[in-house]
Design a protein around this ligand. Sequence first.
Ligand code: IMP
Ligand code: MG
Length: 421
Amino acid sequence: MVDVLLGLQWGDEGKGKIVDYLAGNYDIIARFQGGPNAGHTLYVNGNKVVLRTIPSGVFHVHCLNLIGNGVVIDPVSLMGEIEQLVTLIPDVKDRLFISHRAHLILPTHRALDAASEAAKGVDKIGSTLKGIGPAYMDKTGRNGLRTGDILSRDFRSKYEKLAQKHRQMLNQYAQIVNWEEWEQPFFEACEYLASLKIVNSEYWLDAHLNNGKRVLAEGAQGSMLDIDYGTYPFVTSSNTTAAGVCSGLGIPPSRIGEVYGITKAYCTRVGSGPFPTELDDEFGEELRKVGNEFGAVTGRSRRCGWIDLVALRYAVMLSGVTRLIITKADVLDNFNPVKAAISYIADGEETKELPFDLCDKVIKPVYETFAGWGKPISTCTTYEETPQVFKDYCHFVEQYLGTKIVFISNGTGRDQLLTIS
Ligand code: IMP
Ligand code: MG
């Protein structure tokens, strides 16, 4: 069976830590979408490690790690990531498998990303500028290069054809770029990539599943950044919801088992776009400080606000979440009261549905208010030990979302995780 783990908000829900924890139960961890715009932070033996394209199972010696066909790969970034890990995990390359069909991010894709954002001016998406959007555009535009192409003899000419097209597009923006400086590291990294285990990953996965292996599909970004269901156009360029698992790994829906959905006890967003429960005041500032809400990839400060159950219920519905995980609950230790949005007032009407044109509407959230926890939960080692007010809050969230909470993360430490049976 393939279990799935997804972020339910705008990313940065703390997926890295949870995958790292759950990885012990799985044989294979597979990424199915996104690319190096992701930043999954893990703390291993006191060291902070940020994973971008490599699945978060690498620190478990028995786990194989797959970069699926739905992922877009920047060879330079991936090579750097592997080389940085080699000292910590000498056999990282032996346990890493990459789909032939995963599309490549070219240096020109990064330049196009920057040019596109600059052209949008005040309407910019707030992209991580890793070339994700342009790479997916070339995929759906049927121009893209795939990882398997690196192995073909005419890779250079395929590259040249596409890069030439990109250069012409970039001329419009009068960007002066020294291409050679970009291309040399790219081709070096492509050679490096060619030496890794590039596989027909849909057959590879099918064979492992037939042998009874357990797979965890690791999502990146979050449900509200989904290209179809997120706050379009302020979204990423892939399906971050459970739908992306089948297309991004080549597995049938009948093989999907549990769907773990992760949410913070509050909410954050990095980049532009609507955020109905955003706190533009000292409480938002406090959340940012206590929660250390700064981007793992770009270092940008994250926008902070209350948990939004309207958006969460939508995300739970879209992916059929069966198990809920709450992270960073300890960040609210000193907040009193704690709030959760339970409906929106839009155009004078109250609704529990997410409007399709959220970006064009003024939304006033309606909040449920809870008393603060009263004592720090960061020091609790079991769920039973947590204060009753915290349990009441968890119960409310479960009822509203119709899904059971199975884990609560109450600190950055690998062992700061409360399980609820
Ligand atoms: P892009 O996917 O890099 O083009 O970024 C599009 C939007 O998604 C921007 O608002 C980014 O800040 C956001 N985004 C992309 N990847 C992540 C992530 O891993 N965590 C949080 N936000 C992300
Ligand atoms: Mg992140």
